[in-house]
Design a protein around this ligand. Structure first.
Ligand code: ADP
Ligand code: ADP
Length: 209
C-alpha cells in the first residue's frame, strides 16, 4: 500500500508512520528526517536547507521533488511505503502523481492549541529519529533515549517563533492538499486527538487493516 500522511506539524504523523511502517514492513519516508540527516552530516544538500528549516519555511519544491523521486526508485519501496511530510505543496502533489500511484492520503486532524503543546514538548533522539514528549510520551529516564540512553534534544524548529511560522506555512501551502486528495476520493480522515494507541487503532480501521 502506498500512503501519504497529511496534516499539520505536531499532529502525530511521524509517530503513527513509524508504527505502521513497522507493522506493514514498508519504509517510512520522512522528507524532514532526510533533510535533518543532510544537515547533521553537513552535506551539500544540508548546507542548502539548514537555514530554511530552522526558520520553519519550506525547502524549494524542485529540490524536494527530485529527492523523493530518487528515494522511491529504491527496491525497499516495492511492497509499499509511507510518505510523511511529502507532498507539502500543490506542485509537489502534482509531481508525485507523475511518478507514483498513491492508494490513500491519510489526513490527521488536531486543533491548533494541541499542536502547539505537542510541538513545544517534543524531544527527539537525533541518530534514530525516535520521538518523545515530555508530558504525553515521556522517556523512561527524563532526557534520555529508551533504547540507547543517549541524550534527547529539542529540534531548533520546535522553538516558539519557528512553531508559529510553521503553522502559518501549513495553512497557506499545505492545507490546500486536503481538497486535492479529497477530490480524488482516496482520502481518509483520522482524529489525532486521542491517546496514541487509540489514534493508531482508528488509523488501521480507516485503512481497512
Ligand atoms: P513536522 O513533522 O514537524 O511537520 P518535518 O520533520 O516534516 O516537520 O519537516 C521539518 C522541516 O523540513 C519543514 O519545516 C521544512 O523546512 C522541511 N521539509 C520537510 N518536508 C518538506 C517538503 N515536502 N517540502 C518542503 N520542505 C520540507
Ligand atoms: P508530526 O510528525 O505530525 O509533526 P510527531 O509524530 O512528531 O508529529 O508528534 C508530535 C509530538 O506529539 C511528539 O512529541 C509526540 O511524542 C507527541 N504525540 C504524538 N501522538 C500523540 C498523541 N496521540 N497524543 C499525545 N501526544 C502525541
Amino acid at each position: 500500500m502506498n500512503l501519504v500522511f497529511l496534516g499539520p506539524p505536531g499532529a502525530g504523523k511521524g509517530t503513527m508512520a513509524t508504527r505502521l511502517a513497522d507493522d506493514l514492513g514498508v519504509p517510512h519516508i520522512s522528507t524532514g528526517d532526510i533533510f535533518r540527516a543532510a544537515v547533521a552530516n553537513a552535506t551539500e544538500l544540508g548546507k542548502q536547507v539548514k537555514a530554511i528549516m530552522e526558520s520553519g519555511g519550506l525547502v524549494p519544491d524542485e529540490l524536494t521533488i527530485a529527492l523523493v523521486e530518487e528515494r522511491l526508485k529504491e527496491s525497499d519501496t516495492a511492497k509499499g511505503y509511507i510518505l510523511d511530510g511529502f507532498p507539502r505543496t500543490i506542485p509537489q502533489a502534482e509531481a508525485l502523481d507523475g511518478f507514483a500511484s498513491i492508494d490513500h492520503a491519510v489526513r490527521f486532524v488536531l486543533e491548533e492549541a494541541e499542536l502547539i503543546k505537542r510541538l513545544s514538548g517534543r524531544r527527539v533522539h537525533k541518530p534514530s529519529g525516535r520521538t518523545y514528549h515530555v508530558e504525553f510520551n515521556p522517556p523512561k529516564v527524563a532526557g534520555k533515549d529508551d533504547l540507547t540512553g543517549e541524550p534527547l534534544i529539542q529540534r531548533p524548529d520546535d522553538q516558539e517563533e519557528s512553531i508559529r511560522n510553521r503553522l502559518e506555512v501549513y495553512e497557506e501551502q499545505t492545507a490546500p492538499l486536503v481538497s486535492y486528495y479529497a477530490d480524488k476520493g482516496t482520502m481518509v480522515t483520522v482524529d489525532a486527538a486521542p491517546k496514541p494507541d487509540d489514534v493508531y487503532a482508528s488509523l488501521k480501521t480507516a485503512l481497512g487493516l
